[in-house]
Design a protein around this ligand. Structure first.
Ligand SMILES: [Zn+2]
Length: 261
């Protein structure tokens, strides 16, 4: 017998191919109850709150990928206005690059402020966003698919941008660019071997990342070292399309869910 878990799922203009019902069903298969709360910023409430969050999100954008954002810069009204438009769907959320840890802090504060009783153990808030975020590794920022924690952030843009495409893709692309040729045919050649923005496989793949966010809450462990397990930290698109898409879970990780469920 373990403790009960409730997962709340929010969206922030993720890929239109994402169907959160698929995620909810997948978590349900592990005895984890999940429910959708729809659009994150609509859920969070009134325009004062939205303005405040927009201001902070604007400041959490990464200006230089080689410099960590230790302190948020000063207010920038134009950027804040742009964020507000993104939060309302008037502007695409794609295109920016955010510091994931700052995003997480800001959104944690906002969610806890809305429903203080739903913070802490037993509750997992999971945000599926179209925003691209990254974390700093000591040298530079790297885009991420997921940042587990409270809330867990999962990016449909990160899924496209973070895991690397096949090695030869970059090799051939470099050659084409150097000789001044069109690279669009290359994308056609490699179609299916990496995830695209409107990829129909996105819901199945992100179900594995949703499980990973739960696994982190249950065990404190981030990824599984087994390259055949859907909680494996895939660095290549081809790994994502195998382990996360197929969704097999190893015995050890399955045990962790059983004990908790
Ligand atoms: Zn595993």
């Amino acid at each position: 017998m373990g403790r009960s878990l409730t997962v709340f799922i929010y969206t922030d203009y993720p890929s239109e191919s994402l169907d959160t019902d698929v995620i909810i069903e997948r978590l349900g298969g592990f005895g984890i109850s999940a429910q959708s709360r729809g659009d994150l910023f609509e859920f969070l409430g009134n325009s004062d709150i939205r303005h405040r969050i927009a201001g902070m999100l604007a400041r959490s954008g990464i200006a230089d990928i080689e410099n960590p954002l230790n302190v948020l810069p000063a207010d920038n009204e134009a950027q804040a206005y742009l964020e507000l438009r993104k939060m309302s769907g008037l502007e695409s959320v794609r295109g920016g690059f955010y510091d994931g840890l700052w995003m997480q802090r800001i959104l944690h504060g906002a969610i806890a402020g809305k429903n203080p009783r739903e913070t802490g153990r037993g509750y997992i808030h999971m945000i599926f966003t179209g925003r691209l975020f990254g974390t700093y590794d000591g040298r530079r920022y790297h885009a991420r698919v997921i940042l587990a924690g409270s809330p867990a952030l999962i990016s449909t843009s990160g899924l496209v941008e973070a895991p690397a495409k096949p090695r030869e893709y970059y090799f051939i692309k470099g050659g084409l660019l150097r000789s001044g040729r069109d690279v669009s045919e290359l994308d056609i050649m490699y179609k299916g071997r990496y995830v695209e923005y409107d990829d129909p496989r996105i819901s199945a793949i992100l179900s594995s990342y949703a499980l990973q966010a739960v696994y982190y809450e249950l065990t404190g462990g981030e990824f599984c070292g087994n390259a055949g397990c859907c909680l494996y930290n895939s660095h290549w698109q081809e790994e994502v399309l195998k382990v996360q898409y197929e969704g097999s879970i190893c015995e050890k990780c399955l045990e962790a869910f059983k004990e908790a469920g």
